[in-house]
Structure formats: C-alpha cells, structure tokens
Design a protein around this ligand. Structure first.
Ligand code: DQA
Length: 143
C-alpha cells in the first residue's frame, strides 16, 4: 500500500540545521530511513519536501482524492498554517503528524500546533526515529 510522507520548509536542509535539535541525518539519509522502514512494514512511501505552502496543500488534496494515508512534518507551518490544516481535514485516510524535535520543550511559539486537531496522532521528539514510530502507528491504523 502507498503512503504519502510530506515534509515542510527547511527540512531538506537538515545538513546545516542544528543537529543537537534535529538529529544527525541529512535529508537524503532521512528519506532512506523512511523508505526502508515503510518497506519493512509492507508500505511504499512517496516522500516529498517543499518549502511552499501551496505545494503542500496541493499534495494534501491529491492524498484526499486518492485516499492515501499521510505522514506529515509541516515544520514551521505546524504553528500557523490554517490553510494546511483545512487541507489536512479533507483526508479520509489516517494522518500522523511528526516532528524530529519536541516542540513543547522549545520556544513558546512552537507549543501550538494547528495541525494536531485534525491528525489521528502526533509523534515528536525522537529525532529521525519519530518517522519510524509514525510508520508503525500508521500501519496499525490501516491494518
Ligand atoms: C519541526 C519543529 C518545528 O517547530 C520547526 O519549525 C521545524 C521542524 C521538527 O521536525 O522538529 O522546522 O517540525
């Protein structure tokens, strides 16, 4: 079964982001980890990244139309994009929100997620393993 993994702004630049916050993997390595973990659970991950809100909204519309389960790290959009939230609300298949870091232990503006309310669940704070845990959670939800 296909799943869509959507990564938001600046996540393709993990190579130059703070590794003490986001972990040691660059984006290519993170993609491989996601791909391999998905395969191990019988899932085919279509992994995408964009810095552009409209592109992410388009991908969520596509997932809604194709009834695809989604894992999303909306990155900074997590905290203020009502447009991404409204698009995520259109999904009929499960949606898992993931974060590499634990936003609740960081600056106050990161304590709000406008996405969580339309996700089945959120996994945060485990570095790249957040995605591995999200794949397990998604697999359990879709059976
Ligand atoms: C993030 C957390 C966000 O607050 C931040 O803006 C990101 C990454 C994470 O994966 O920890 O870009 O979503």
């Amino acid at each position: 079964m296909k799943i869509l993994v959507i990564n938001g702004p600046n996540l393709a630049r993990l190579d130059i982001r703070d590794s003490s916050i986001y972990g040691d993997l660059n984006y290519g390595e993170l993609k491989s980890l996601i791909e391999i973990s998905a395969k191990a659970h019988g899932l085919e991950a279509d992994i995408r990244q964009s810095d552009d809100e409209a592109t992410i909204i388009g991908w969520l519309h596509e997932a809604a139309d194709k009834k695809l389960p989604v894992i999303i790290n909306p990155a900074a959009f997590t905290h203020y994009s009502y447009a991404i939230r409204d698009a995520a609300e259109l999904l009929t298949s499960p949606l898992i929100e993931v974060h590499l870091s634990n936003p609740m232990s960081r600056e106050e503006f990161r304590h709000t997620s406008v996405i969580s309310g339309v996700a089945n669940g959120t996994i945060a704070g485990f570095g790249p393993n957040s995605y591995v845990l999200a794949i397990i959670a998604l697999k359990n939800l879709i059976g």
